[in-house]
Design a protein around this ligand. Sequence first.
Ligand code: ATP
Length: 235
Amino acid sequence: MLEIQDLRVTHGPIEAVHGIGLSVAEGSCVALLGPNGAGKTSTLSAITGTARSTGSIRLAGQDISRLAVEARTRLGIAISPEGRRIFSNLTVRENLVMGAASRANKAGVNKEILGWFEQFPILGERRDQPAGTLSGGEQQMLAIARALMSQPRILLLDEPSLGLAPQITARIFDIIRDLRRQGITILLVEQNATAAIGLSDYVYVLNNGTISSQGEAAQYGDGAMLMDQITGVHS
Ligand code: ATP
Protein backbone atom coordinates (compact mmCIF):
# COMPACT_ATOMS: atom_id res chain seq x y z
CA MET A 1 0.00 0.00 0.00
CA LEU A 2 2.82 2.40 0.93
CA GLU A 3 6.27 2.11 -0.60
CA ILE A 4 9.04 4.55 0.27
CA GLN A 5 12.47 4.62 -1.34
CA ASP A 6 15.55 6.72 -0.63
CA LEU A 7 13.59 9.24 1.43
CA ARG A 8 15.49 12.29 2.63
CA VAL A 9 13.69 14.81 4.79
CA THR A 10 15.02 18.31 5.45
CA HIS A 11 14.02 21.11 7.80
CA GLY A 12 15.79 24.13 6.30
CA PRO A 13 19.49 23.33 6.37
CA ILE A 14 19.04 20.26 8.61
CA GLU A 15 18.65 16.81 7.06
CA ALA A 16 16.65 14.76 9.59
CA VAL A 17 16.19 11.56 7.53
CA HIS A 18 19.04 10.32 5.35
CA GLY A 19 17.67 8.17 2.55
CA ILE A 20 15.49 5.49 4.13
CA GLY A 21 13.23 2.88 2.55
CA LEU A 22 10.16 1.30 4.08
CA SER A 23 6.99 -0.40 2.97
CA VAL A 24 3.61 -1.12 4.49
CA ALA A 25 1.57 -3.95 2.97
CA GLU A 26 -2.18 -3.57 2.64
CA GLY A 27 -3.95 -4.63 5.85
CA SER A 28 -0.76 -4.77 7.91
CA CYS A 29 0.45 -2.76 10.87
CA VAL A 30 4.06 -1.59 10.62
CA ALA A 31 5.87 -0.01 13.55
CA LEU A 32 8.46 2.73 13.11
CA LEU A 33 10.33 2.86 16.39
CA GLY A 34 13.19 4.95 17.68
CA PRO A 35 14.31 7.44 20.29
CA ASN A 36 13.50 11.13 20.51
CA GLY A 37 14.83 13.04 17.54
CA ALA A 38 15.45 9.90 15.42
CA GLY A 39 13.38 11.31 12.54
CA LYS A 40 10.09 9.46 13.03
CA THR A 41 7.83 12.51 12.89
CA SER A 42 9.89 13.92 10.01
CA THR A 43 9.21 10.69 8.07
CA LEU A 44 5.46 10.98 8.69
CA SER A 45 5.53 14.67 7.74
CA ALA A 46 7.18 13.75 4.44
CA ILE A 47 4.40 11.21 3.79
CA THR A 48 1.62 13.70 4.55
CA GLY A 49 3.42 16.43 2.59
CA THR A 50 4.13 18.88 5.41
CA ALA A 51 7.94 18.50 5.32
CA ARG A 52 10.36 18.92 2.41
CA SER A 53 11.64 15.64 1.06
CA THR A 54 13.26 13.90 -1.87
CA GLY A 55 12.91 10.28 -2.88
CA SER A 56 9.84 8.31 -3.86
CA ILE A 57 6.65 7.84 -1.86
CA ARG A 58 4.13 5.54 -3.54
CA LEU A 59 0.58 5.03 -2.34
CA ALA A 60 -1.12 2.08 -4.00
CA GLY A 61 1.41 2.37 -6.84
CA GLN A 62 1.03 6.12 -7.42
CA ASP A 63 3.95 8.47 -6.68
CA ILE A 64 2.51 11.10 -4.35
CA SER A 65 5.82 12.69 -3.36
CA ARG A 66 5.28 15.90 -5.29
CA LEU A 67 1.59 16.35 -4.47
CA ALA A 68 0.15 18.98 -2.12
CA VAL A 69 -1.07 17.94 1.33
CA GLU A 70 -4.77 18.12 0.37
CA ALA A 71 -4.27 15.93 -2.70
CA ARG A 72 -2.53 13.29 -0.58
CA THR A 73 -5.41 13.39 1.90
CA ARG A 74 -7.89 12.90 -0.92
CA LEU A 75 -5.86 9.95 -2.22
CA GLY A 76 -6.00 8.23 1.16
CA ILE A 77 -3.35 9.43 3.62
CA ALA A 78 -4.65 10.24 7.12
CA ILE A 79 -2.75 11.04 10.29
CA SER A 80 -3.42 11.15 13.99
CA PRO A 81 -0.61 13.62 14.74
CA GLU A 82 1.77 13.79 17.68
CA GLY A 83 0.03 15.65 20.52
CA ARG A 84 -3.42 14.77 18.92
CA ARG A 85 -4.07 18.37 17.71
CA ILE A 86 -7.81 18.08 17.96
CA PHE A 87 -9.83 21.27 17.50
CA SER A 88 -10.28 22.17 21.18
CA ASN A 89 -13.05 24.73 20.70
CA LEU A 90 -15.12 22.54 18.43
CA THR A 91 -17.35 19.84 19.87
CA VAL A 92 -16.46 16.17 19.67
CA ARG A 93 -19.02 15.74 16.89
CA GLU A 94 -17.74 18.77 14.94
CA ASN A 95 -14.20 17.34 15.09
CA LEU A 96 -15.46 14.16 13.44
CA VAL A 97 -17.33 16.13 10.77
CA MET A 98 -14.07 18.02 10.05
CA GLY A 99 -12.33 14.68 9.57
CA ALA A 100 -14.66 13.96 6.66
CA ALA A 101 -14.02 17.35 4.98
CA SER A 102 -11.76 15.88 2.27
CA ARG A 103 -14.34 13.29 1.20
CA ALA A 104 -15.98 13.73 -2.17
CA ASN A 105 -18.84 11.52 -1.06
CA LYS A 106 -20.29 12.79 2.21
CA ALA A 107 -23.10 10.24 2.24
CA GLY A 108 -22.97 8.15 5.36
CA VAL A 109 -20.98 10.66 7.44
CA ASN A 110 -23.64 10.98 10.14
CA LYS A 111 -24.09 7.23 10.32
CA GLU A 112 -20.35 6.68 10.65
CA ILE A 113 -20.17 9.26 13.43
CA LEU A 114 -22.88 7.36 15.29
CA GLY A 115 -20.81 4.21 14.69
CA TRP A 116 -17.82 5.83 16.40
CA PHE A 117 -20.06 6.85 19.32
CA GLU A 118 -21.07 3.20 19.67
CA GLN A 119 -17.46 2.04 19.50
CA PHE A 120 -16.28 4.75 21.94
CA PRO A 121 -19.30 5.43 24.19
CA ILE A 122 -17.39 8.08 26.14
CA LEU A 123 -17.15 10.16 22.97
CA GLY A 124 -20.88 9.66 22.43
CA GLU A 125 -21.65 10.91 25.91
CA ARG A 126 -19.53 13.98 25.28
CA ARG A 127 -20.53 14.59 21.66
CA ASP A 128 -21.69 18.18 22.29
CA GLN A 129 -18.82 19.19 24.59
CA PRO A 130 -15.80 21.16 23.38
CA ALA A 131 -13.14 18.56 22.56
CA GLY A 132 -10.63 20.48 24.69
CA THR A 133 -12.50 19.32 27.81
CA LEU A 134 -11.73 15.64 27.09
CA SER A 135 -8.99 13.72 28.91
CA GLY A 136 -5.78 12.84 27.06
CA GLY A 137 -6.94 9.30 26.31
CA GLU A 138 -10.33 10.50 25.06
CA GLN A 139 -8.63 13.09 22.86
CA GLN A 140 -6.45 10.32 21.41
CA MET A 141 -9.55 8.23 20.62
CA LEU A 142 -11.08 11.29 18.96
CA ALA A 143 -7.91 11.99 16.94
CA ILE A 144 -7.91 8.41 15.62
CA ALA A 145 -11.63 8.47 14.81
CA ARG A 146 -11.28 11.88 13.14
CA ALA A 147 -8.45 10.57 10.94
CA LEU A 148 -10.54 7.56 9.93
CA MET A 149 -13.49 9.78 8.96
CA SER A 150 -11.59 10.56 5.74
CA GLN A 151 -11.83 6.85 4.83
CA PRO A 152 -8.07 6.60 4.26
CA ARG A 153 -6.11 3.84 2.57
CA ILE A 154 -3.48 4.14 5.30
CA LEU A 155 -3.64 5.50 8.83
CA LEU A 156 -0.49 7.12 10.23
CA LEU A 157 -0.33 7.20 14.03
CA ASP A 158 2.29 9.46 15.62
CA GLU A 159 3.04 8.40 19.21
CA PRO A 160 -0.53 7.68 20.28
CA SER A 161 0.68 6.69 23.77
CA LEU A 162 2.55 9.94 24.41
CA GLY A 163 1.74 11.39 27.84
CA LEU A 164 -0.89 8.79 28.70
CA ALA A 165 -1.02 6.70 31.89
CA PRO A 166 -0.16 2.97 31.37
CA GLN A 167 -3.78 1.85 31.73
CA ILE A 168 -4.98 4.36 29.14
CA THR A 169 -2.08 3.46 26.84
CA ALA A 170 -3.19 -0.18 27.02
CA ARG A 171 -6.72 0.84 26.01
CA ILE A 172 -5.41 2.87 23.05
CA PHE A 173 -3.29 -0.08 21.91
CA ASP A 174 -6.36 -2.35 22.16
CA ILE A 175 -8.16 0.08 19.86
CA ILE A 176 -5.28 0.02 17.36
CA ARG A 177 -5.26 -3.81 17.50
CA ASP A 178 -9.00 -3.80 16.70
CA LEU A 179 -8.49 -1.46 13.76
CA ARG A 180 -5.80 -3.75 12.38
CA ARG A 181 -8.20 -6.69 12.74
CA GLN A 182 -10.77 -4.72 10.76
CA GLY A 183 -8.21 -4.63 7.92
CA ILE A 184 -7.07 -1.02 8.28
CA THR A 185 -3.50 -0.45 7.06
CA ILE A 186 -1.45 1.27 9.77
CA LEU A 187 1.98 2.88 10.11
CA LEU A 188 2.57 3.30 13.83
CA VAL A 189 5.28 5.59 15.18
CA GLU A 190 6.16 4.87 18.79
CA GLN A 191 8.81 5.12 21.47
CA ASN A 192 6.99 2.42 23.41
CA ALA A 193 8.58 -0.51 21.56
CA THR A 194 7.11 -3.26 23.72
CA ALA A 195 3.52 -2.17 23.17
CA ALA A 196 4.01 -1.43 19.46
CA ILE A 197 5.70 -4.75 18.67
CA GLY A 198 2.82 -6.62 20.30
CA LEU A 199 0.40 -5.51 17.61
CA SER A 200 2.64 -5.01 14.57
CA ASP A 201 3.56 -7.33 11.70
CA TYR A 202 6.85 -5.68 10.79
CA VAL A 203 9.21 -3.32 12.57
CA TYR A 204 11.67 -0.63 11.46
CA VAL A 205 14.01 0.98 13.98
CA LEU A 206 15.14 4.49 13.16
CA ASN A 207 18.26 6.01 14.72
CA ASN A 208 19.75 9.36 13.75
CA GLY A 209 17.78 9.43 10.53
CA THR A 210 18.74 5.98 9.27
CA ILE A 211 17.16 2.53 9.65
CA SER A 212 19.37 0.67 12.12
CA SER A 213 17.31 -2.54 12.21
CA GLN A 214 14.23 -4.05 10.57
CA GLY A 215 12.39 -7.35 10.54
CA GLU A 216 9.25 -9.32 11.32
CA ALA A 217 7.83 -8.19 14.66
CA ALA A 218 8.12 -11.74 16.08
CA GLN A 219 11.90 -11.60 15.71
CA TYR A 220 12.05 -8.83 18.34
CA GLY A 221 10.41 -10.98 21.03
CA ASP A 222 8.66 -8.82 23.60
CA GLY A 223 10.66 -5.79 22.49
CA ALA A 224 12.53 -5.48 25.79
CA MET A 225 15.95 -5.38 24.10
CA LEU A 226 14.77 -2.77 21.64
CA MET A 227 13.28 -0.78 24.48
CA ASP A 228 16.72 -0.78 26.17
CA GLN A 229 18.33 0.39 22.91
CA ILE A 230 15.78 3.13 22.45
CA THR A 231 15.86 4.44 25.99
CA GLY A 232 19.64 3.88 26.12
CA VAL A 233 20.19 6.12 23.10
CA HIS A 234 17.70 8.56 24.54
CA SER A 235 19.40 8.94 27.92
P1 ATP B 1 10.25 12.93 18.66
O1 ATP B 1 9.83 11.69 19.31
O2 ATP B 1 10.98 13.86 19.57
O3 ATP B 1 9.18 13.61 17.85
P2 ATP B 1 11.29 12.00 16.16
O4 ATP B 1 11.96 10.69 16.02
O5 ATP B 1 9.91 12.12 15.69
O6 ATP B 1 11.40 12.48 17.66
P3 ATP B 1 11.83 14.27 14.53
O7 ATP B 1 10.84 15.10 15.26
O8 ATP B 1 11.52 13.82 13.18
O9 ATP B 1 12.23 13.02 15.41
O10 ATP B 1 13.22 15.07 14.51
C1 ATP B 1 14.38 14.64 13.79
C2 ATP B 1 15.42 15.74 13.76
O11 ATP B 1 14.95 16.83 12.99
C3 ATP B 1 15.74 16.30 15.14
O12 ATP B 1 17.13 16.58 15.16
C4 ATP B 1 14.94 17.57 15.20
O13 ATP B 1 15.57 18.52 16.02
C5 ATP B 1 14.94 18.02 13.75
N1 ATP B 1 13.69 18.75 13.44
C6 ATP B 1 12.44 18.26 13.48
N2 ATP B 1 11.53 19.19 13.10
C7 ATP B 1 12.24 20.31 12.81
C8 ATP B 1 11.91 21.62 12.36
N3 ATP B 1 10.64 21.96 12.11
N4 ATP B 1 12.93 22.50 12.17
C9 ATP B 1 14.21 22.15 12.41
N5 ATP B 1 14.59 20.92 12.83
C10 ATP B 1 13.64 20.01 13.02
